[in-house]
Design a protein around this ligand. Sequence first.
Ligand code: ATR
Length: 287
Amino acid sequence: MEINSSTGMLGLLGYPLKHTLSPLIHNSFLRHYGLNMVYLPFEVRPEEIKQAVGGLKALSVRGFNVTIPYKERVISFLDEVSREVSFIGAVNTVVNNKGKYVGYNTDGRGFTRALTARGIKVKNKNILILGAGGAAKGIAFQLVKEGVQKICISNRTPARAEKLAENLADYSSSMYIDCIDFNEKELLKTVEDIDVIINTTSVGMHPHTKEAIVENPYFYHKNRVYCDIVYNPLKTRFLEYAEDAGAKTVNGLDMLLYQACYAFELWTGIYPDANLVEHKCKIALKP
Ligand code: ATR
């Protein structure tokens, strides 16, 4: 589609944005569905984030994604947030609703959709979340909504894990939520009765590809599912260890694709086919 006087704008706010796949994903969807819009990366320095959001509004940008390090900070510059976001405290998608910027979070739904696409159900399962940052929050709330049995959270900074556990308990009083010390002994013990283990930290991300959040091989068991939100590299050291143990794995690209599908639906009303872009993303990620 040619850019013309009625071309709408979508984009991504973050810093830095060098390796983002979001423009590739959303522009492919826009072209496929014949929509007269473009999706642009907006790399904004931290001291200019407030002006940037005001500027996007002044330009009638129809919507944008938000990524590291602005998922939490952007909230104070929005007009409204969804009920979910008011619990999660992190936004990854903003929609321009008749001039008002409304914040949503599609990370959690994207994550569980990536699991169901692989035939993995979370209802009544025991989950271990490694990390307690913005990504962990979105995923944890969605898991509560989908009726998991138990969530254990383990984070390098324990206070963050405890805060997240408190917020989750406010959201659902009947859920079993536990904080685990971030040390090998505790993690090895905890993983015994866990079904799904999720790395929500950036450990293992390019260029630190030789690192895994837990190095001890006894942490990795078959008959478990190991998920990583890191998608560069596609197969992280964490997922390699899990595969070596004979476990099922879900990589970060699946989650990225499905959160993008839900964001695209919020902006356009069309839920796109993730398969349209998966191959392109894999090519773009090749070293
Ligand atoms: P995001 O919004 O992507 O989740 P974040 O809020 O900065 O980003 O959170 C990053 C998560 O990765 C945090 O849980 C962080 O632990 P701390 O709360 O202790 O900072 C975790 N993390 C990052 N690097 C880590 C490392 N080398 N070892 C263990 N955890 C790490």
